[in-house]
Design a protein around this ligand. Structure first.
Ligand SMILES: Nc1ncnc2c1ncn2[C@@H]1O[C@H](C[S@+](CC[C@H]([NH3+])C(=O)[O-])CC(=O)[O-])[C@@H](O)[C@H]1O
Ligand SMILES: O=C(O)C(=O)Cc1ccccc1
Length: 247
């Protein structure tokens, strides 16, 4: 399975098209996300650890916006509750096809993994079955802002008592000085990972109409409006956060 490095924005583009999760992105995605999201490997691995605390026997675990299934792989390795199943969902056909290949490869390398199924679907139209764990690792930020509350409300309603939502997101900050500092430090992180100024600028143009981060305050308010009782941040690295939301 090819593992290319991300040079998608390395050449000057006359016009930078909006970012889409297509075949070109799929080819470089593992490299792109590791070099762009500070803390990503730590978050993914520990979602498995957190999930093992919330997963209940005979229940479903969702990975919504699974991309290549990094979170699904962590769930399958860490969760040992009896008779659990992972449903990984993404609406990018290119992501789903490659995700299925990766999960088959994982099957051939490990024994006693949870069964997993990859579903190509828009999570806004997906009927959610009762689940003990829902993970949305950097997915909500790509959902139209006006549809986010309804999605979180449906997730809340699908969660079994004692279950949890794990929600990771890029943050924006309401305080201008904090926003500027953490944005500058995120750019420094990308530069330190080998991205050029041109790559950083063109990627920002590609993503700005597509990915709309909220503030931590907005997340807290909206999660409570969706019916979550408690919101516990468990990880932050620069402007990237992961939350546990309890029903
Ligand atoms: N409406 C939608 N329905 C289904 N999928 C969607 C939708 N909108 C966007 N996506 C999918 O959400 C994923 C977001 S990436 C998640 C990383 C992964 N969780 C990881 O832990 O590696 C985050 C990033 O690239 O920053 C993409 O695969 C989209 O196709
Ligand atoms: O690149 C960025 O600036 C990001 O904030 C995150 C990201 C990572 C991978 C795909 C899309 C967005």
């Amino acid at each position: 399975m090819s593992q290319e490095s991300d040079r998608l924005f390395a050449q000057p583009l006359a016009q930078v098209p909006d970012f889409v999760f297509n075949e070109d992105v799929v080819r470089v995605f593992p490299d792109m996300i590791k070099r762009s999201v500070p803390g990503y490997p730590t978050i993914v691995e520990n979602i498995g650890v957190l999930a093992a605390r919330f997963a209940q026997p005979h229940s479903l675990l969702y990975d919504l916006g699974c991309s290549l299934g990094a979170v699904t792989q962590a769930l399958r390795r860490h969760v040992q509750a009896e008779d659990c199943r992972v449903l990984a969902v993404d609406n990018s056909a290119a992501m789903v096809a490659r995700c299925r290949e990766y999960l088959h490869a994982q099957d051939s390398m490990f024994q006693e993994l949870l069964p997993a199924e990859v579903i190509e679907a828009d999570i806004l139209g997906l009927e959610l079955q009762p689940a003990s764990l829902v993970a949305m690792n950097f997915t909500l930020q790509f959902i139209q802002p006006e549809r986010r509350l309804e999605l979180l409300t449906r997730i809340r309603q699908s969660l079994l008592p004692g279950g949890a939502l794990i929600l990771s997101e890029k943050l924006r900050f309401e305080d201008d000085e904090e926003q500027e500092l953490l944005n500058e430090l995120h750019i420094a992180f990308k530069r330190a990972n080998g991205y050029s100024e041109l790559e950083i600028a063109q990627k920002r143009n590609a993503i700005e109409n597509v990915m709309k981060p909220d503030s931590l305050e907005q997340h807290g308010k909206r999660l409570r409006a969706a019916g979550f009782r408690k919101v516990v941040p468990w990880f932050q690295c620069l402007n990237f956060v992961s939350l546990i939301a309890l029903p």
